[in-house]
Design a binder for this molecule. Structure first.
Ligand code: 4FV
Length: 247
């Protein structure tokens, strides 16, 4: 899968791409990430990529000329602008995007980009959260990371995307590794039992319990068995009665 990243600060993105799983995926030819510096498309002698907003107000706005030229230099492909106005990014979106061969990720800076760039060339705006970043680069890397790790072969055997948060619409169960006892705290018995069904049940109950406590709205969309529903009812009753630890 090819990711074209358009940014005014390629150096801010490079380091992350050259690290761990993403670096290995690029070496294996599973992922290709190309960086384009939007300023290279500014034609004036000072290579100006931003200007003051019409109508006044704080900050600067990215100029349409350099940004449109930069986008057109990497077309065709799905053009995504990372911005707080965008559709919230989630696992389902990552699973949709990973079906594409190529993604063009445009990183905003300053107050944002001239609206005519969006009207002319942007297919969709995506937000990684309801907060304001200094730049869209972290959002672009978030989308690239969550999407490319779903590509077959990107996650090695030691890392799996099977059983994880949102994999089945629930929050992930707690993880434990050696030592068995740490600062007086033991690993739950079930995980030491060697009984695979018991281990699966413990993990499923923990996922359900954490999701009930922290993200109950996710339960509406999750695929739940009757046993899951029975457990949830028991937990909800336990919470009511203060029996279930609220954590
Ligand atoms: C953002 C977000 C974000 C806004 C102004 C870049 C910044 C600056 N992008 N999800 N939240 N972008 O805050 O995606 O242009």
């Amino acid at each position: 899968m090819l990711f074209e990243i358009l940014t005014l600060f390629p150096e801010a993105v490079k380091g992350y791409l050259e690290t761990s799983i993403l670096a290995r995926a690029q070496r294996a030819g599973l992922v290709e990430a190309r960086l384009t510096n939007i300023r290279d498309f500014a034609r004036d002698k000072h290579q100006t990529a931003d200007d003051r907003p019409f109508g006044g107000g704080q900050g600067m706005v990215m100029k349409p000329g350099p940004l449109c030229a930069a986008i057109r230099s990497v077309l065709p492909g799905r053009v995504i602008l990372t911005s707080p106005r965008g559709r919230p990014f989630d696992q389902a979106k990552a699973e949709e995007l990973v079906r594409l061969d190529k993604l063009i990720l445009v990183c905003g800076r300053y107050e944002g980009v001239d609206q005519r760039v969006i009207d002319l060339l942007v297919d969709e705006e995506i937000s990684v959260g309801d907060y304001v970043l200094t730049g869209g680069e972290l959002a672009a890397l978030t989308i690239l990371d969550a999407t490319s790790r779903l590509l077959p072969g990107v996650l090695g055997s030691q890392d799996s995307s099977q059983e994880e948060s949102f994999g089945d619409g629930l929050l992930e169960y707690p993880h434990y590794t050696r030592p068995r006892l740490f600062e007086g705290r033991a690993v739950p018995e079930a995980l030491l039992s060697g009984d695979h069904q018991r281990i699966r049940d413990w993990r499923r109950r923990e996922s359900l319990r954490l999701t009930l406590l922290r993200r109950p709205e996710l339960l509406e969309r999750a695929q739940l068995s009757q046993r899951d529903r029975d457990w949830l009812a028991e937990m909800a009753a336990g919470l009511e009665a203060g029996r279930e630890p609220g954590r």
